[in-house]
Design a protein around this ligand. Sequence first.
Ligand code: GRF
Length: 189
Amino acid sequence: MKKIAIFASGNGSNFEKIMENIQVGFLDQIEVTSLITDKREAFAIERARRFRLPVHIIEPNQFESKASYEAQILKTLQREEVEWVILAGYMRLIGPTLLNAYEGKILNIHPSLLPSFPGKNAIGQALEYGCRVSGATVHFVDSGMDTGKIIDQMSCPIYETDTIDTLQLRVQNLEYELYPRVIKKLIND
Ligand code: GRF
């Protein structure tokens, strides 16, 4: 079995989809050791409980530096013998402490066709620019904001009538397919 940890700061729907893909046997070689979150109010925590999955709430403001915050996360990952880190709506840049320990083994998903629209509000920006296509990207994580090498993408149209909500829904549905697929290819098989 390949051990992974999932990091989430908020809603956690991508996290849940990965868990479901494990339950139905699509990801039959993956074991999620825990959910790691930086936000005690993250809804992802509630989802983790439903799967009886351990949750580590590690809040950066409890530490004197980013390095010591990440050192605490690293200790947790090492204790659980985690091999891969899967970011799913984790709203922080990964610093050198984690990057050095997990080089090439940290993945992220982003709701745009990178390199367009890294960072926050990717969906809103695509609409504002009048883009006619959007999509989702899974990429390796480096020290930049959504700048690591792209692993796979899926695209969808943007319609004249779209709002942030309708486009977000379309892109998230791509994400639910794309992330498990990449995890299967890269880690599971
Ligand atoms: C997703 O759109 C993902 O691409 C981005 O943050 C969002 C997280 O959504 N990184 P959720 O928490 O998985 O519902």
